[in-house]
Structures are given as C-alpha cells and as structure tokens.
Design a binder for this molecule. Sequence first.
Ligand SMILES: [Zn+2]
Length: 120
Amino acid sequence: MDEKKKQYFKEFLSEKANALLKQAGATVTDMTGFNAMFPDPADRAMLETDRNFELRLRGREHKLIKKIRKALERIENDTFGICENCGGKISKKRLMARPVTTQCIECKTKEELLEKSLGL
Ligand SMILES: [Zn+2]
C-alpha cells in the first residue's frame, strides 16, 4: 500500500474513532488525548491507564476502538489491507466499508459459512 493510501486510511480510521468517542460522550479533553496517542506510544500508554476514560466508553464502542487501534498499528507495520488468512490483498471497497477488517471477502465468506454449518 502506498503512502498516500496509508495516510488516507489513517485519517479515515481516526475520524471513525473520534466519532465513536463522541457517541460515547467523551469530552473534548479526552479526544485530544486520543489524537495524541497515535504518534506517541507514551501518550498511548498513558491513555490506556486512564480508567475514567475507559469506563466512559461502553462495551461495543470500546471493542471497536480497540479494533481501530489495531488497524492503525497494521498501517504502521505495512500489513494493513492484507488478509491475515490467505495473505491476499483486501479490496479497497471492502476496506472502505469495513476498515477494521483483517480478512479478504473470500476468507470472510468461507469463515461465515463454516460458522453457520457448525451452528456457531
Ligand atoms: Zn483471504
């Protein structure tokens, strides 16, 4: 993935995270903290120990934000947009619809079919 695309998805994911935080009723101060955590691991660590901040986030949003954080890490590691299952490229269309995904549509479909057939 080229730098331009990486930058694009970084912003895309950050915006999503911020929208989630807004939904969760996080204050402007918290959002500043959240933005600061991306470039600096020290800020990130600080935020992670901020229990008040964590408590304010409800379960679902918290989970999604964790996923977004992981996706941002994948952008840094150059593994973003690569299927963790087959190593193939995940289409841009799929990434736009579901930027936190770690699997290509073929693998995801197979997994869902398997889950269904196993009654999961
Ligand atoms: Zn795949």
